[in-house]
Ligand binder design. Structure first.
Ligand code: CMP
Length: 141
């Protein structure tokens, strides 16, 4: 299995619920290591740029306002198959459709306030790691 790195964001709803530790425990329990982390409140410009791929989608404005509504915790996760593993831990984008036991099923309230973001593939992971942690390697080896 390939060792990968991926971006995870704990969104303002989950930070406000004080469940950063519970979410970190899920990453660690699945064998993912937190190799970089930063808590920050995103500016409108940064959120718009980060979610630029969704600029034309009807939910873009609401997504950006939600993402800047409070602090977020951004981390790089590392481990075997980290990208897919993190997405499996997160569950479906819409918490109503997320499988029981996933982060979104347990902590999310709506498709916007859906607790976490995770890179959806190797190219996105590379882009998102560089976006939030400039100069950081995509792979550890
Ligand atoms: P995230 O993984 O952060 O990527 C884009 C976000 O847009 C997504 O999680 C959701 O929070 C939000 N979003 C809101 N409406 C939709 C939708 N209809 N389809 C996909 N994502 C949506």
């Amino acid at each position: 299995m390939a060792v990968e790195r991926t971006i995870s964001i704990i969104k303002p709803d989950a930070v406000a619920k004080n469940v950063i530790g519970q979410i970190y425990a899920r990453f660690e329990g699945a064998g993912l290591k937190i190799v970089a982390a930063r808590m920050t409140q995103l500016s409108q410009k940064t959120a718009e740029e980060f979610y630029g791929i969704h600029r034309e989608r009807p939910f873009f404005k609401d997504l950006v306002s939600f993402m800047i509504s409070g602090p977020v915790m951004i981390q790089v996760l590392e481990g075997d198959n980290a990208i897919t593993k993190n997405r499996d831990l997160m569950g479906a984008t819409d918490p109503k459709k997320a499988a029981p036991g996933t982060i979104r099923a347990d902590f999310a309230d709506s498709i916007d306030a859906n607790a976490v973001h995770g890179s959806d593939g190797p190219d996105t992971a590379k882009h998102e790691i560089g976006f939030f942690f400039p100069g950081m390697d995509v792979l550890s080896r």
